[in-house]
Write a protein that binds this ligand. Structure first.
Ligand code: V4E
Length: 223
């Protein structure tokens, strides 16, 4: 139920598809989904680097891992690892609600925030003062490098931003180091050169739609 997503974003260009074919990546197909992100009006989740999302009726909470917390100051990780992000993904709704209750205990009234019994009942959102602050649709083409267990996604968001992602899912307690190495090897195969972190869809969405909050996330080193 819980896994760690290790990923590196990259800029895709006209040659990316050809390169994917050349390195033997297998196309898994194309799909389209709409993402809705939720937070309190004061952005108490995202300021803690917590990202609550609903996609295709499924909930997910991305939480920072311990490593994310020390990423800027440790100075111990390699340059390649610094280009990757890792987040713990919680997909079980009662677990998500428990975690949110802990984090938002000052915001919500305990008596009212019993965890939902059904997926359809979304009254917990308003009880925790959570509102949708971002909604956008993505067309995603996915590829896999089977021997590596790596997935490569090419995303086109409907607000006019495209980004690629090399991603490895590690079961909780699994080998993050080997995931980082797989991502680095894949980046090499794709000929990625830049050593700058590439912005995700949400970064760009926030910059355009919530510039003040975006600036705050930058200054607090969340983004
Ligand atoms: C903004 C953000 C998060 C929400 C979006 O996560 P992301 O993985 O970019 O979305 P997506 O659509 O690719 O999800 P998937 O289909 O892989 O589940 S989660 C963490 N952040 C903050 C963040 C950061 N600190 N640094 C970078 C480069 N990106 C995002």
């Amino acid at each position: 139920m819980m896994s760690v997503e290790v990923e590196r974003k990259f800029v895709c260009n006209a040659d990316t598809l050809k390169t994917l074919e050349k390195i033997g990546a297998v196309c898994l197909g194309q799909r389209q989904f709409c993402d809705q992100y939720f937070d309190t009006p004061k952005f108490e989740l995202t300021l803690r680097d917590l990202w609550l999302r609903k996609r295709k009726e499924c909930w997910e909470l991305k939480c920072p891992t311990a490593v994310n917390g020390t990423i800027e100051t440790s100075g111990e990780q390699s340059k390649a690892a610094a280009l990757c992000s890792r987040y713990k993904e919680i997909t079980n709704l009662p677990e998500i609600q428990l975690r949110l209750k802990e984090v938002l205990k000052d915001v919500c009234n305990d008596r009212e925030t019993e965890t939902s019994r059904s997926q359809e009942d979304e009254s917990w959102l308003s009880k925790m003062n959570l509102v949708c602050f971002a909604e956008f649709t993505t067309v995603r083409r996915s590829f896999t490098l089977e021997e590596e267990g790596v997935q490569i996604d090419l995303d086109q968001a409907d607000f006019g931003y495209s980004v690629g992602e090399i991603e490895v899912l590690v079961p909780e307690g699994g080998d993050v180091q080997s995931a980082l190495e797989k991502i680095e090897r894949t980046a090499g195969m794709l000929g990625l050169t830049g050593d700058q972190r590439v912005e995700g869809k949400m970064n760009v969405y926030l910059k355009r739609n919530y510039p003040e909050h975006y600036a705050k996330l930058l200054s607090e080193h969340v983004l």
